[in-house]
Design a protein around this ligand. Sequence first.
Ligand SMILES: Nc1ncnc2c1ncn2[C@@H]1O[C@H](COP(=O)(O)OP(=O)(O)O)[C@@H](O)[C@H]1O
Ligand SMILES: C[C@@](O)(CCOP(=O)(O)O)CC(=O)O
Ligand SMILES: [Mg+2]
Length: 330
Amino acid sequence: MTTSSAPGKVYLFGEHAVVYGEPAVPCAIERRARVTVERREDERLRVRANDLTLDGFTVTWGGSGTDPRPDVDVPTPLVEAAMGYIDGAIEQALDAAGEDGIGFDITVESDIPLGAGLGSSAAVVVAGIDAAARELGVELDAGTIADRAYRVEYDVQDGQASRADTFCSAMGGAVRVQGDDCQRIEDVPTLPFVIGYDGNTGDTGKLVAGVRELKEAYGFAADTVESIGDIVRSGEIALDDGDVEEIGRLMNFNHGLLSALGVSARSLDTMVWAAREADALGAKLTGSGGGGCIVALDRTEQTHTALEYTPGCEDAFRAELDTEGVRRER
Ligand SMILES: Nc1ncnc2c1ncn2[C@@H]1O[C@H](COP(=O)(O)OP(=O)(O)O)[C@@H](O)[C@H]1O
Ligand SMILES: C[C@@](O)(CCOP(=O)(O)O)CC(=O)O
Ligand SMILES: [Mg+2]
């Protein structure tokens, strides 16, 4: 039995635009998904994912001669997507080990809210690939895991995924991703993250498709995507200078442009404004948007407290940058 974990992330800058070749800077946070994998005697996959719904559930699927569908009577899109991520992770591990037709018992436990812009899918896939590969006796380096995890996200998200989430989760720390070029950013200043969560989810595929349509219909929407790239480039200079105030200002601008691209939501805007009114250095939505989380920078407790009292904010918490990526737990 092997267990691996991998962190979630916030986007300091650049989500959505990164899908079109602009750079982005996601930062891993100390909230993890843990995946435990144990080889079975047969070819089936049995998955326990207690965080997936309020009640949690256990499903078994796969194996030759059996119905490939899970044997639960809740065939929700959530279950379908989760099957896709977990199947994909196992497939990648089997491929890396040169094996086939091996079943596993898999348990997923996670502190990362689902579908909320904190990269829970990437964390589950990254941890799943590492745990399953180790269970098969293969040690993969973080770069290889990132690459294989990206292929899984790309498939499940119908070809609309950047390498940002998976690379960040595998490597940890702050990273810069532009197309296939993925690097860690060293010596980042202390980033006092505060996260607000509205309890909702956004549909990543739909939101990405919406931005693509706008970008194809309007030159100014395409310019907006490029402007987000400019913000990221300025943000890299501010990171290099350790200028956290400037990083905050750029986050505010980035939120405005994401909003213009139609991926914010009233609840996200409300939390962003609550953070600004609490004198946060900056605040923006993180991830695909539509609902989920905002990330603010504040060295004081004011934003955290303000968010706790903001209607529509279900949870507010501080998060530290996690310099460690995928990690062997057992
Ligand atoms: N704890 C978990 N157990 C099982 N599957 C999970 C878990 N966390 C995330 N997932 C999978 O990842 C999906 C959410 O990914 P996504 O929509 O990309 O949002 P995000 O990556 O921002 O959290 C879930 O619908 C589920 O398929
Ligand atoms: C919108 C996007 O840039 C980030 C999506 O992040 P999340 O899955 O919502 O955490 C898409 C991508 O980069 O694959
Ligand atoms: Mg995701």
